[in-house]
Design a protein around this ligand. Structure first.
Ligand code: FES
Length: 337
């Protein structure tokens, strides 16, 4: 049986044997080792890790959501990858920070139209215990009246009086969008499961560069709120991009962050032109500057093309892979949106 050696970002290690054809995730579980996972079918990339040595194999029926470049760079999805030889795998999160996902319910308190394409939901957790999560993580929400689940990052900091806030991008054929347009109301109860994801604010004193597309700004606002709540101030630059001017939202909130955080700046890009001098006309990735990229912990969240382009740019500017953290929106079941 191949031996799998795991190394976590906090230096913890684990070693176990994998049976033939058994996924790395299943083999770890059998050995009593918890790993980050969500969809467990190769879609969401929550389990995404790096193979440092050895060969893996995928079942031919598995759908692999990694890009060819990511596969070439050694990225793997342990929920669907099996060990073909002895393996060394690096997991990009701290083992000691893993929080087990659990089912819980929330009651909707407010539904606010934030822009032409974004709705904000504020909801209160039901039950006795508040959800523990790390700023940047997401939860899965069951769309009321359906059996469908969608993933949304929390936009507020953990511990805020049992309240969870989400930004939902409205899609023409989106099932959550239809719920919000046709029947959502304060008082609705939504079933949830979480927290999920390994995209969370790492501690430390290094400056932070955030690059967000659309509602990908939600985990960034959670991280910024957490910095304020914990008074752990670090220099932060946020590059925030939308498609059109009427997609813009959150500008007042970002201005408030700038008043409170000692060193916070944000830059806005609008892809389809603005006519406003303080907004960049173009892609959010145009706003990334070399010095910030090279000297910061970099957080990327948004559509796959944006996050992959941003990763390429910050890497070319000298950011090491170990300082880049990314969450892709994947518009089907799974990825945080
Ligand atoms: S848990 Fe592996 S891709 Fe979703």
């Amino acid at each position: 049986m191949p031996t799998v050696t795991l190394s976590f970002a906090d230096g913890d290690r684990a070693v176990f044997a994998a049976r033939s054809g058994e996924t790395i995730l299943a083999a770890a579980r059998r050995a009593g080792i918890a790993l980050a996972s969500d969809c467990e079918i190769g879609d969401c990339q929550t389990c995404r890790s790096t193979c440092l040595a050895g060969e893996i194999e995928y079942d031919e029926l598995s759908s692999i959501s990694l890009s060819p470049g990511e596969v070439e760079a050694g990225e793997i999805l342990p929920c669907v990858a099996a060990a073909a030889t002895d393996l060394e795998v690096h997991l990009p999160y701290e083992r000691g920070k893993l929080i087990a996902a659990k089912p819980f319910s929330i009651k909707v308190e407010r539904i606010d139209r934030l822009s032409s394409s974004v709705v904000g939901i504020s909801a209160r957790m039901l039950g006795l215990s508040a959800l523990k999560f790390l700023p940047g993580q997401y939860v899965n929400l069951q769309v009321p009246g359906t059996s469908e689940w969608r993933s949304y990052s929390m936009a507020n900091a953990p511990g805020e009086q049992r309240v969870l806030e989400f930004f939902v991008r409205l899609l023409d054929d989106g099932i959550m969008s239809r719920y919000l347009a046709e029947r959502a109301a304060p008082g609705d109860v939504i079933q949830c499961r979480g927290p999920q994801g390994t995209f969370y604010l790492r501690s430390g004193e290094r400056p932070v560069l955030m690059v967000a597309g659309g509602t990908g700004v939600a985990p960034m606002t959670s991280m910024l709120s957490q910095m304020i709540a914990s008074k752990e101030y670090r220099p932060v630059a946020l590059c925030f991009g939308v498609n059109r001017t009427d997609d813009l939202f959150l500008l007042d909130q970002l201005a408030k962050f700038r008043q409170v955080l000692p060193s916070f700046d944000f830059r806005i890009a609008v892809a389809e032109g603005t006519g406003k001098p303080d907004l960049h006309c173009g892609f959010v990735t145009d706003l990334i500057d070399a010095e910030s990229a090279a000297n910061s912990d970099v957080y990327l969240c948004g559509p796959p093309a944006m996050t992959e382009r941003a990763r390429t740019i910050v890497t070319e500017f000298g950011a090491p892979a170990s300082s880049i953290f990314a969450e892709k929106f994947i518009a089907t079941a799974g990825g945080a949106v």
